[in-house]
Every structure is written in structure tokens, then in C-alpha cells.
Design a protein around this ligand. Structure first.
Ligand code: NAD
Length: 478
């Protein structure tokens, strides 16, 4: 990605400016504009929808084998360009370069995985009741899908939707975040160069609420996939429901982390702090509410705070940076508010708590201890580099506190006991549970939440099912 570029729409295989205005793209490390992104007008969106409709007819009749070859080739192009794409991602989103590079490589893996899984969209044959009859179950692409993705993972989140949809034989209109548009452009470019027929993937930008209203409201679209906040997700679910459209909703989280008394608190705190400040905490499955057994509480808090204090904050492109800026000014303000509220209510500030510098959107890695349960940060998704840590006494008490919120995306537990591991994994109300691990996202495993964190899964065979309809054919001898 070159600086000061103009990000265009990709409609029916053509890159072009939108006719609906545009906005600046800002580098969060400097606060300076580094380019602009064009907005689609209603007419542009209409064109994208009709292109996707035509693209679907071509793509659904392309064999799974040929679809797979195109996806694989695109994955290879992304790998070859990973360094350049990663630099662009860091420049528009802020995360450290090493994280951007990993994200591009994992995104290529997702594409490869779905390239293969699409070839396994098996149906089945059930013995018929009459001689010569067959009962067949077929898996068919849902149709034109619409996807909306946020700014925290500019490659990974669009890729989960693009790879699942295309592997299933669906065409797609995707609206990535206007704040981090350049990375998804690179994915579309790779697919186009790999031979994706025109109209199969259409990329649009605009005013999110206007785009989603028109696109979800269009009779052309049969499936919605959204990643973002619970509030927006509920709005889009209602719009999808009006058209009886299927949806996958990957919404906010507020992941509890339970640290039992039988682990090495220093080791777990060191690992957990590494996980907390990844992408400056702007991760939907970020470890968020830390419940530490009272016998290990002091050493856990001390170690966690020491790791946080030692993290070098800076421009994600600099080699020695360990945590970059927040992605936008809204997050800095929100995080300041969360910290102020917690401290006002009696939480202890162990480290951090301040903005840093006069340029860009930097906020110090922060640790709060003894945080009262009614503090906002214990109830609302913070989405930033703040770790609230509290203590607990018993298993039943901590499970009740962990399950207290309406969120149910990810949850984590650390224990040396197999018995406790099984019990805690069973008891947590959550779409994903990490036991002695914070890694709950791989291409081959389902990723999704329950309760207010949404429904449906991306990743794994579930992520392909999300774009397939089931058709039953009862076939009798003529
Ligand atoms: P927001 O809730 O307005 O936006 C979240 C995302 O949804 C953005 O990418 C935005 O472009 C998009 N969006 C907003 N309104 C939309 C609409 N009507 N139709 C389609 N897309 C729409 O605000 P924000 O400041 O970007 O984020 C606020 C909170 O959202 C964060 O604090 C965090 O809790 C949550 N969030 C979650 C994720 C996630 O991965 N689940 C990602 C980003 C933000």
C-alpha cells in the first residue's frame, strides 16, 4: 500500500470511484490522513447487488474443483504479498507489524482451508421407502450474501466471510470498515488476479447504516454476515428478519478468565498479559475480566502489572514497538472513561491509565485491581488495553460471576486439574472456551458466540454450512 492512496469500489470486476462522496483514512499512529476511501451511492450499491446476482449464476455453476483452484491461487498471492499488505494494515489500523503479518498469513490459511472444505460440501442419500426410490439431501449455496466487517482485524474478519461464502458457491457484496479499507482491497485484488469471475465478489464502502439498510433490504440478498458491536448486530438482525434472511452474527464479548489456585500464577499472568495487549485489546475474544483465586491474587496482579509496564508503546511500524495505538480517537475517549469510572468507584490503578503523547491515539497498557462489580468496565465491552483483575474464593461463586453478563463469546480458564478443566468448560456460558490457552481461533475450528454475542459460527465446517442451504429431493422411479 502506498501512502495517500484513493481506495476505490470493486463492482462487477471493475475498480472505480463511487459517486457518493468519500472520507479520509487516518493513520492512528500519527492522526494524519494517509489517503481517502470513496463512498458508494445508492445507484452504485444497486449495481453491486445486480453484479452479485449475475456473479452468483456463474459461480454456482463453476465446479467446486475449479472454485478451489482459484481460492488456492489467491491465497498464494496473499502470502507472496504479505510484507507489503502487513505494512498497509499497520498504517491504517495501528497494530504492530508482526501482528499484521501473522494476520495476513492466517488469512491466507483460511482461504486455503475453505478451498478444500468447499470440495466437501457433501450431501447424503437416505434409503427410500419404495423400491427404486432415493431420498437425497443436497447442499446448495444460499445465494447472494452480504457481509459487514469492522476495523480491528482488517484481513481476518473479511476473509472468514469471503472464504466461507465463495467456497460454498455464493457471491458476495462486502462492506469492510471505511477506517481500514486498504487490506480487504488487497484480498479482492488477489482473488481477481487468481481468476475469480466478475461480479462474484463486490467491495463497497459508504455510510455504514445507509449501506446496510439498502443491501440487507434488497431482495437479491439471501444471507447476512456481520461482525461488530452487539448494538449494531441487533439492528441488522431486525433488518434481516424483515426479509426472512439467514444471518450470522459475530458480536461483542466480555471474556472472563478464571485462574484457579493450582497453577503457576506468574507463568499464567505473563501469558495472559501478552494476550490482553495484542492489538491493544481491540479483540472481540480479548481476555477481559480476570478472576484470580485469592491465594494467587497478589502475585498474579504484580506480574501482570510488571509485564504491562514493560511494554514499549509506539508506531506499529517501529521494530521495538510491542503495542501500537488504538485504532481511532473514539476508542481513546472510551477507554479513558472506563478507567475513570472504575477508579471513581474504588478500583486500584496498578499501572497505566493515561493517554500517551500529543499525536496519534496512544493509551498506556493499563491494569486495574480490586475492581467493583458495578464498574462499567466489568459490564460493558471495553475493547482496549485495560485489564480489570479481581479475586474469587470458590468454584461456584466464580462461575456465577463469569456467567453474569449477557455476553457469551469466549471464556478462559487456567487449572492443573483435569477434573476442574472439564467442570469449568461445561459450566461456562460461552461459544468458545480456552482451557490453559488463549487460542480459540483457527481456520478449522468454529468461531462464534451465544447470548448477546450473536449466533452462528465462522471457521471450520460450520463456517461453510453458514452459506449452504439444505435441499431434500425425494426421487421415485418414473
Ligand atoms: P460501532 O458500533 O458504530 O461500529 C462497529 C462496526 O460496525 C464498525 O465497523 C462500523 O462501521 C459498523 N457499523 C456501524 N453501524 C453499522 C450499520 N448500521 N450497518 C453496518 N455496519 C455498521 O462503533 P465502533 O466505535 O466502531 O465500535 C464500538 C464498539 O463495537 C467497540 O467498543 C466494540 O465493543 C465493538 N466492536 C466489536 C468488534 C468485534 O470484533 N466483534 C469489532 C469492532 C467493534
Amino acid at each position: 500500500m502506498e501512502p495517500m492512496q484513493n481506495i476505490q469500489l470493486f463492482i462487477d470486476g471493475v475498480w472505480r470511484d463511487g459517486t457518493g462522496g468519500g472520507e479520509d483514512i487516518v493513520n492512528p499512529a500519527t492522526g494524519a490522513a494517509i489517503g481517502s476511501v470513496t463512498h458508494a451511492s445508492p445507484a452504485d450499491l444497486d449495481e453491486a447487488l445486480h453484479a452479485a446476482k449475475r456473479g452468483f449464476e456463474v459461480w454456482r455453476h463453476t465446479s467446486a474443483y475449479d472454485r478451489s483452484a482459484i481460492l488456492r491461487k489467491a491465497a498464494q498471492l496473499l502470502r507472496e504479498r504479505a510484507d507489503q499488505i502487513a505494512r498497509g494494515m499497520t498504517t491504517e489500523q495501528g497494530k504492530v507489524l508482526a501482528e499484521s503479518k501473522i494476520e495476513v498469513m492466517v488469512s491466507a490459511d483460511i482461504m486455503d482451508w475453505y478451498a478444500e472444505e468447499g470440495r466437501r460440501a457433501y450431501g447424503r442419500i437416505i434409503p427410500g421407502r419404495a423400491p427404486g426410490s432415493r431420498q437425497m439431501v443436497l447442499r446448495e449455496p444460499v445465494g447472494v450474501a452480504a457481509a459487514f466487517t469492522p476495523w480491528n482485524f482488517p484481513a481476518l474478519t473479511p476473509m472468514r466471510k469471503i472464504a466461507g461464502a465463495l467456497a460454498a458457491g455464493c457471491s458476495l457484496v462486502i462492506k469492510p470498515s471505511e477506517e481500514t479499507p486498504a487490506t480487504c482491497v488487497e484480498i479482492a485484488r488477489a482473488l481477481a488476479e487468481a481468476g475469480l469471475p466478475k461480479g462474484v465478489l463486490n467491495l463497497v464502502f459508504g455510510v455504514p447504516a445507509k449501506v446496510s439498510e439498502q443491501v440487507i433490504g434488497s431482495p437479491i440478498v439471501r444471507k447476512i454476515s456481520f461482525t461488530g458491536s452487539t448494538a449494531v448486530g441487533k439492528l441488522l438482525m431486525a433488518q434481516a428478519a424483515r426479509g426472512a434472511k439467514r444471518s450470522t452474527m459475530e458480536l461483542g464479548g466480555h471474556s472472563p478468565v478464571i485462574v484457579f489456585d493450582d497453577v503457576d500464577a506468574v507463568k499464567v499472568a505473563t501469558m495472559a498479559a501478552g494476550g490482553k495487549y495484542r492489538n491493544a485489546g481491540q479483540v472481540c475474544v480479548s481476555p477481559t475480566r480476570f478472576f484470580v483465586h485469592e491465594s494467587k491474587y497478589k502475585s498474579f496482579v504484580e506480574t501482570f502489572a510488571a509485564v504491562a509496564k514493560g511494554l514499549k508503546l509506539g508506531d506499529g511500524l517501529a521494530a521495538d514497538t510491542k503495542m501500537g495505538p488504538l485504532a481511532n480517537a473514539r476508542r481513546v475517549e472510551a477507554i479513558e472513561g472506563f478507567v475513570r469510572d472504575a477508579v471513581d468507584r474504588g478500583a486500584k490503578l496498578e499501572t497505566g491509565g493515561q493517554r500517551q503523547g500529543n499525536t496519534g491515539f496512544f493509551f498506556e497498557p493499563t491494569v486495574l485491581s480490586d475492581v467493583p462489580e458495578d464498574a462499567r468496565i466489568m459490564n460493558e465491552e471495553p475493547f482496549g488495553p485495560v485489564a480489570p483483575i479481581v479475586s474469587f474464593k470458590s468454584f461456584d461463586e466464580v462461575i456465577e460471576r463469569a456467567n453474569r453478563l449477557d455476553y457469551g463469546l469466549a471464556a478462559y480458564a487456567f487449572t492443573a486439574s483435569e477434573k476442574t478443566a472439564t467442570a469449568v468448560a461445561d459450566a461456562l456460558e460461552s461459544g468458545m472456551v480456552g482451557v490453559n490457552s488463549l487460542a480459540v481461533s483457527t481456520p478449522e475450528t468454529p468461531f462464534g458466540g451465544v447470548k448477546d454475542s450473536g449466533h452462528g459460527s465462522e471457521g471450520g465446517s460450520e463456517g461453510l454450512d453458514a452459506y449452504l442451504n439444505t435441499k431434500f429431493v425425494a426421487q421415485f422411479a418414473p
